[in-house]
Design a binder for this molecule. Structure first.
Ligand SMILES: Cc1ncc(COP(=O)(O)O)c(C=O)c1O
Length: 359
């Protein structure tokens, strides 16, 4: 890769590209996607909606119809629901909203997009190491907030570690940020469905808190690109100003509305993922040389002595998992998504084989 031309901002030139390699192996367990695609009937419902659309007209300025459907689902005021093309886009918008020329605070390890957007947008970045067993470092986080202003990103369930944070710890950080009057707190709840818990109640109580959700995981629409924020209406009004007009296409809205009409599809997927997660975690924990971290999500973080060799061995056996060992605080770690039962069997057999020959 050559050097960036001199007219490119230093913040961009100095940032490495997003770290993701597409591997063609058949058992794909590296992006925490839903393992099952839209079933025939649901696919037909999306196609029916799309067939009736006008392609020559702009979509709604903001996807109000989808926002209203989400408001009904979450019993949330519709003016407080903000939909965008992926929660990644909302992360960027939230940094622009309250982090630009200020500070972004997150924990480490955590989802890499918070730090990348902070660096790109020229915010000061403070990453506080997670505590014992990936717990929230409550005092250190409160200290990091003190005397500063900006955006605090908390991920619960945590990613890539997979654990649920203690709700009291989490609330005490959110309240410390609220008391300061200078912090927007983003609770990234991308995986909350798999944990059977969420922070809507806390966000309802705290004007400075926003809950971030995605259609990419439990809803099984990662390819469609849809995410949304649940916020207080005044915060949502400000957030909409940051997002580009006409940001969500009519096709995306059609897919989102179709899945919301079939909540039982998502519920069945979540139940299967939760039981498979337990089965996979228990089987992995029986393998010598594998340390498994508790998860309430649709993925499992695990630690081995030689993550590069284990990753390569799994690839050779046709299974793709994600390396996480480059992340601060995740030395030796790999992450496997919970797949369909047959994929999980293939992963477990491959891991067994790889660990049996590990030095
Ligand atoms: C914690 C977390 N937040 C947000 C996202 C991004 O989701 P989306 O597909 O809606 O951009 C991910 C995706 O992996 C994630 O793990």
């Amino acid at each position: 890769m050559g050097r960036a031309p001199g007219f490119i901002r230093e913040a961009v030139a100095s940032l490495p590209p997003y770290r993701f390699t597409h591997n063609p192996q058949p058992v794909k367990l590296d992006q925490n996607e839903a393992p099952d695609d839209l079933a025939g009937e649901l696919r037909a419902a999306v196609q029916q909606r799309i067939a009736a659309l006008s392609y020559n007209r702009y979509p709604e300025l903001h996807p109000v119809v989808l926002e209203e459907a989400l408001a009904r689902r979450h019993d949330w005021p519709a003016e407080g629901v903000v939909v965008a093309n992926g929660s990644n886009v909302l992360i960027q918008a939230l940094v622009i909203l309250a982090g630009l020329e200020r500070t972004v605070v997150s924990v480490k390890p955590s989802f890499s997009v918070y730090a990348e957007q902070a660096r790109l947008l020229g915010a000061e970045l403070v990453q506080v190491p997670l505590g014992e067993r990936f717990s929230l470092p409550v005092e250190e986080l409160s200290a990091a907030l003190s005397g500063r202003s900006g955006v605090l990103f908390l991920t619960d369930p945590a990613a890539p570690t997979g654990n649920a944070h203690d709700p009291e710890d989490l609330e005490s950080v959110v309240r410390a940020a609220e008391r300061s009057g200078t912090w927007l707190t983003v609770l990234d709840e991308a995986y909350h469905e798999f944990a059977g818990a969420n922070h809507a109640g806390l966000v309802r109580d705290v004007e400075s808190a926003v809950s971030l959700r995605t259609f990419s995981k439990a809803a099984g629409l990662a390819g469609v690109r849809l995410g949304y924020a649940l916020a207080h209406p005044e915060v949502a009004t400000q957030l909409r100003k940051v997002l580009l007009p006409f940001k969500v296409s009519v096709m995306q809205v059609a897919a989102g509305l179709a899945i919301l009409e079939r909540p039982e599809v998502m519920a069945a997927r979540v139940a299967l993922a939760a039981s498979e997660r337990e089965r996979v975690s228990e089987a992995m924990a029986r393998l010598p040389g594998v340390e498994v971290y508790p998860s309430v999500t649709n993925f499992v973080l695990f630690k081995v002595d030689d993550p590069a060799a284990v990753h390569a061995g799994l690839l050779a056996a046709g299974v793709v998992v994600r390396r996480q060992d480059h992340l601060p605080g995740a030395a030796g770690c790999l992450r496997v998504s919970v797949g369909a039962p047959a994929e999980n069997d293939a992963f477990l057999a491959a891991l067994d084989g790889v660990m049996a020959v590990a030095p």
